[in-house]
Ligand binder design. Structure first.
Ligand code: SF4
Ligand code: SF4
Length: 337
């Protein structure tokens, strides 16, 4: 409850309570369907591989400066592959923990996760695993199952699987996946997202309406059988009817996404480009949307209060920026410095 009140206060003051930083442009993997390296991710013209990123102390100082600027309650560190910068993260993560920021590192566990990160307060390690071993190893070479198992040993990770159409069409696949990772002693939670296409995208990853309905039905059953599958019913329901546009998306409205040069904004959400909201399967978006659809006192949707609060926050932010002369973080379409 304290977190909700603090987040609400941030929104009213014109801050976004969530910050997502692409901490590096580098990644040793080449996963098919990766949105971060898509041509339109940064609005076209440049891609994540083209931006000028930071290393060493400049990276540490840059992250802290962004945190000071945006004052988030929750920070997602993504990439590229964040573990490419594990030395800098070993310096940063304790600092963020001490500042009371809930930090999530999203990784493919392509290299060992430093054991000194274990037990850091407010740190969540999210490991992306794309299905069972044969399919995952094919998509995420060299971050194979064998390596992941070695690299997560002794940690308490959240497994994050993004479901694609290939996985849905094999009966029992999802159950086998959830069972496999439920039995793993280094797994605390399991999350399932659905592949989110760009508008007009034609790809083998994209789920059909029937695929989506099938996943939703299976998740409702599996969450009862496997407690590590941490997915509330309201969240799963949102996968059936995602927000219709970024303006309707609580996640997009409350999250600032910044690319690896620490200047370019990723809009309208972490996917960048023109994401197909009506086919969104992002677990973070679904989680916040589930809260917004909750009805206070049984009749006032939280989302209605939220919309009013965002409008007040925009006014407050405009006032603050015009009084301080603070330049807004620039949109991603511009050429990097
Ligand atoms: S590991 Fe992540 S950032 Fe790297 S290519 Fe795969 S999906 Fe993209
Ligand atoms: S998170 Fe999903 S619903 Fe929200 S703006 Fe992005 S694609 Fe649309």
């Amino acid at each position: 409850m304290d977190g909700v009140v603090r987040a609400w206060g941030k929104i009213l003051a014109g801050y976004r309570p969530n910050l997502s930083i692409e901490i590096t442009r580098e990644c040793p993997l080449r996963c098919p369907g990766c949105y971060a390296y898509g041509d339109e991710h940064l609005g076209g013209g440049i891609t994540l591989r083209d931006v000028r990123d930071l290393k060493g102390q400049a990276l540490v100082d840059g992250v802290i400066a962004l945190v000071d600027q945006h004052q988030p309650l929750h920070l997602s560190i993504v990439g590229g592959e964040p573990l490419v910068r594990y030395r800098e993260l070993s310096q940063l993560l304790p600092m963020l923990s001490q500042r009371g920021i809930y930090t999530q590192v999203v990784t493919s566990a392509v290299r060992p996760i430093p054991i000194e990160w274990k037990g850091l307060h407010r740190l969540q390690l999210v490991v992306s695993i794309d299905g069972l071993q044969p399919e995952h190893d094919e998509r995420r070479k060299p971050a194979t199952y064998a390596r992941i198992l070695k690299h997560i040993a002794g940690h308490d990770i959240t497994v994050h699987c993004t479901i694609t159409s290939q996985q849905v069409r094999r009966p029992g696949y999802l159950e086998e996946f959830v069972k496999t990772w439920s039995e793993n002693q280094d797994t605390r939670h399991i999350w399932v997202s659905l592949y989110t296409p760009q508008i007009g995208e034609v790809s083998v990853e994209r789920l059909s309406k029937a695929d989506r309905a099938s996943v939703v039905e299976q998740l409702f059953v599996l969450r009862e059988r496997f407690p590590k599958l941490w997915m509330p019913k309201g969240l799963i329901s949102v996968y059936s009817t995602p927000p219709s546009s970024p303006d309707e998306c609580v996640f997009a409205q409350t999250t600032e996404c910044v690319s690896a040069d620490f200047k370019s904004r990723i809009t309208p959400c972490q996917f960048g480009g023109k994401p197909d909201c009506e086919n969104c399967g992002c677990i973070a978006s679904a989680g916040l949307e589930a809260v917004a659809r909750h009805q206070l006192g049984g009749f006032i949707p939280v989302g209605r209060i939220f919309t009013g609060s965002v409008a007040i926050g925009r006014t407050m932010r405009g006032l603050r920026e015009s009084l301080s002369g603070t330049p807004p973080t620039r949109p991603a379409q511009e050429t990097p410095a």
